[in-house]
Design a protein around this ligand. Structure first.
Ligand code: K2U
Ligand code: ZN
Length: 174
């Protein structure tokens, strides 16, 4: 159990391309637990390992809606070495935010449905066709594994304005 600090943009470490997990072992299970602890502490619904500074292709997610008392049951899922096998031509738009891009939200268009595969914490291969929030969040987190933030999908003007706001916030909190 360890809540680890979440990197916030601008930070060159968030641009790293994460490396594949060779073996799903105790180290990866501890990393996944720390990621889940950090995600819940920040009230997020997803987190990529790079967001806590670890450039490994690991994502955790808990899309269950929170109740007043917080999440009724912590039912987080782990996605190791995720790959998108197919993406629909139809697109969907969600207002996205990011624990690494505090206080900035904007609409992002992404394929509405994706077929993806990954390894679970037992090292077992899973393949699912996802739509809705799972499709969006999975694509958002997989962008992180390539060093891509949702800001990179916005217009140059919006992205530059967001970076300026983030730089100012960092200076004020330094
Ligand atoms: O990478 C992340 O920080 C994960 C996002 C999950 C997400 C973002 C966009 C679309 C779907 C899922 C966060 O965990 S959830 C958004 C958020 C952002 C800041 C504070 C709290 C929650
Ligand atoms: Zn994010």
């Amino acid at each position: 159990m360890a809540i680890r600090p979440i990197l916030t943009a601008p930070d060159p470490r968030l641009k790293a391309v994460s490396v594949a997990v060779e073996k799903v072992d105790g180290e990866i299970r501890k990393l996944a637990q720390d990621m889940a602890d950090s995600m819940y502490a920040a009230d997020g619904i997803g987190l990529a390992a790079i967001q806590i500074g670890v450039a490994k292709r690991v994502i955790v997610m808990d899309l269950d809606q929170k109740t007043e008392e917080g999440r009724a049951k912590k039912d987080w899922k782990v996605f190791i070495n995720p790959k998108i096998l197919w993406a629909s031509p139809e697109m969907a738009t969600y207002e996205e935010g990011c624990l690494s891009v505090p206080d900035i939200w904007d609409d992002v268009d992404r394929p509405a449905r994706v077929r993806a595969e990954w390894l679970d914490l037992d090292g077992k291969r899973v393949e699912v066709e996802a739509d809705g929030m799972l499709a969006t969040c999975l694509q958002h987190e997989m962008d992180h594994l390539e060093g891509i933030l949702f800001l990179d999908h916005l217009s140059r003007l919006k992205r530059n304005m967001a970076i300026k706001k983030l730089e100012k916030a960092k200076k004020l909190s330094a």
